[in-house]
Every structure is written in C-alpha cells, then in structure tokens.
Design a protein around this ligand. Sequence first.
Ligand SMILES: N[C@@H](CCC(=O)N[C@@H](CS)C(=O)NCC(=O)O)C(=O)O
Length: 206
Amino acid sequence: MKVYGHPLSINVQKVMWLIDELDLSIALEEVDIHHNRHDAQAVAQRCPMRQVPVLEDGSNSVWESHTILRYLVACYGNKMWYPDCAFQRSCYERWMDWCLSSFQPVIKAALFASTPDGSDEGQAKQRAMEQCRYELERVNDALDDQLYLTSDRMTLADIAVGSLIHCLSQQSDWVLPPNVSRWYQQLSDRPGYQRWVMQAASTLPT
Ligand SMILES: N[C@@H](CCC(=O)N[C@@H](CS)C(=O)NCC(=O)O)C(=O)O
C-alpha cells in the first residue's frame, strides 16, 4: 500500500497522521503533479480529479482524503476508530463533512487568499476571517466538557478538523479560543501530528 501525495498538502497530512495513529506501514509516495509529468500521469491513472491524496491498496485506488480516512479505519481500525453503531460513527462523520464543506473553505479564503486590502477581494477575505473566528468558537463550544471533539477519545473528527488547527495557531494576529488551544496542545503531543502536520509548512488545496 502507498499514498500518492505531497507532504505540504493538508489533505495528505490528515491521511499520513492517521496512518501513524493506526501504526500502519504505508509509505508516502511523494508526487509533484504540477511540475512532473510522470507524477501527474500516475495520479491521473488513479484519480479522475487528478488530485492528491490517493491511497493505493493492491489493485484498488481510493481518493478524497476523508473517504481514505473512513476506508482506513473500516479496514484496519479497532472498534474505537470504527464503532459498529451507525449513530456513533455519525458523531465523528458529521464533523468530517462539516470540515470539508465549511471550515476548510473558510480557512482557505481567510488565510491563503492573496488580495490587496480595500478591494472587493480584500473585503471577502475579511468576511472569511470573521466566519472562521465564528466557526472556531463553535469548535470551542464542542470542547467545553470533553477532551476531544466527540467524546474523551480521539476520533476521525479530531484528525480531520485538528489537521487545520496548526496553521491557525501559527497566525501571529490570532489567539485560539481556550478549549481549542488546550485541544491543540493535546494533538501536539502526538508523534504523528508532530511529524506530518507540524513539521510541514502548511498549504491548502490550490
Ligand atoms: N477534496 C479533496 C481535495 C484534494 C485536493 O484539493 N488536493 C490538492 C492538494 S491538497 C491537489 O491535488 N491539488 C492539485 C490540483 O488540483 O491540480 C480531498 O480532500 O482529497
């Protein structure tokens, strides 16, 4: 098994962090799909969207980062990572869906859009920052009486959303809300988070 991806991609970082948590020996096949034609072809053969990450498991290719996370825990996780009960799974899956559909696009617009101040785009960036702060407060609420996002145990919700917190923590003009800051410290103690998320300079999908 291998993962095609680039270590600077947050979507790749999520997958590699989970691989560490599950103690699986799945290597990262580093690809540069924008500058290397051979790499671009290898990814295009495995993912119709020509994006990374892609997990290759024998003759199967699995793409979309959160689908890969679900696949890995379903195949290789214990009951803590992949409970039998559909409702228990929904408790972390809703965070994963929220993360991809709402939180991650807002972070991308707030932190990674390069726009001149005062322009329409600059105002859009400002609005995205306000939305990002609002959503971070909702994450803070969820962490009010528990160690992790869904309970006192780590789940895929923490892998998906937690992967984004490091880049927010690096913003000099941002202060993480208190529960989020405590949760970030917990994640920072995990070797997989240190190796794949913290040690890479973060970027978001282009
Ligand atoms: N929703 C996808 C997004 C994948 C994605 O945007 N990947 C980026 C890297 S983070 C990529 O491959 N960009 C290259 C391109 O789109 O050409 C996922 O979560 O896997």
